[in-house]
Design a protein. Sequence first.
Length: 117
Amino acid sequence: MSDLDACKTWLNEVNWDMIHEDAVTMFLEWGNNNWHDAMRQPVRSADEYSIYFVIDTWEEPKVVLMKMTNYGSTTLCEKRLPEDLAKRYLKSIGGLKGIHELSPEIKEWLTAELEKK
């Protein structure tokens, strides 16, 4: 099973609108929530979680599927970006190291990769 095959088992639960900063706020910074935000309601149970994709640029850029709970995050799967896509993305963010949200171009590439058999 490839790493993207591991991603496919979670696809029905992916929150494509979630970004890492919001997941941290919702699950780990309980006093820092906007209780009136209909899109990202605060966590009310230890059983709640969110599954979402990020781009990790700490090393070679890769797409990572994360699961965030109130105990922290877990990597479910990851895939390195193609070199040309990685270069364009790094240029677009000024080469910043960190955890970033998906760009439209990377989201398009990722969904195409996930649809392959």
